[in-house]
Design a protein around this ligand. Structure first.
Ligand code: R5P
Length: 225
């Protein structure tokens, strides 16, 4: 069997089955979501009425270019369905996100959504989270101190950089990539890190996923919590 579409494209297409006219959608961030936005663009042109809340400036720009209507939390109080990618998904549906630096807005949108759908190719499934360093968004002021507090939890925080300059999130913050190795208790770790002064949010998305769509050899696998 030959596959013309990548796993990311296939799950992006499959996510359309959760979209209905009249809905407010949470629009995630990343390359997998980019494919979903392409699907949405086509549907909107064909007459689908939806509005989206983007989780990043990157997604906002893409959606605008694609003619996907957007809204914000000053106009809507809830989101029907949020569609997003992930960097890692464990067997309990816990996620690691933030590879693209959009974790805070993604989490705010996921929290506000009635149904959360994660679209990933099969490279994202892990037995235990922590293969990638955990992204932690921190306030720039005193980030070195915040990094030292994070270090006490057994990681080496590295300030994310772009062109030798600190990466700045859409919220004006920095990201510390914290390599913990395999994370045994994601919920506990998230709770502990979140309490540190200077930490805005962690990339651990705990109990925030309802459906995971994974592509395996060109076939969509649907897991429901
Ligand atoms: O901040 C970035 C997000 O958490 C993305 O959802 C994540 O990095 C997955 O991106 P991609 O679909 O490009 O692998």
């Amino acid at each position: 069997m030959t596959h013309h579409n990548s796993g990311k494209q296939i799950v992006a297409h499959a996510a359309l089955s959760y979209v209905q006219s009249g809905m407010t959608l949470g629009l995630g961030t990343g390359s997998t979501v980019h494919y979903f936005l392409e699907e949405l663009k086509r549907c909107v042109r064909e007459g689908l009425h939806i509005q989206g809340i983007p989780t990043s400036k990157q997604t906002e720009k893409l959606a605008e270019a694609y003619g996907i209507p957007l809204t914000d939390f000053s106009k809507v109080t809830k989101i029907d369905v949020a569609i997003d990618g992930a960097d890692e998904v464990d067997p309990d549906f816990q996620l690691m996100k933030g590879g693209g630096g959009s974790l805070v807005r993604e989490k705010i949108v996921a929290e506000a959504a009635d149904k959360r759908i994660i679209i990933v190719d099969n490279t994202k499934s892990v037995d235990k989270l922590g293969r990638f360093p955990l992204p932690v968004e921190v306030v720039p002021f005193g980030w070195q101190k915040t990094a030292s507090y994070l270090e006490r939890f057994g990681c080496t925080p590295v300030l994310r950089k772009v062109n030798q300059q600190p990466f700045v999130s859409d919220n004006g913050n920095y990201i510390l990539d914290c390599a913990f190795g395999s994370i045994e208790h994601p919920k506990t770790l998230h709770g502990q890190l979140k309490q540190l002064v200077g930490v805005v949010e962690t990339g651990l998305f705990i109990d925030m996923t309802d459906i995971v769509l994974t592509a395996n050899n060109g076939v969509v696998e649907r897991q429901i919590k």
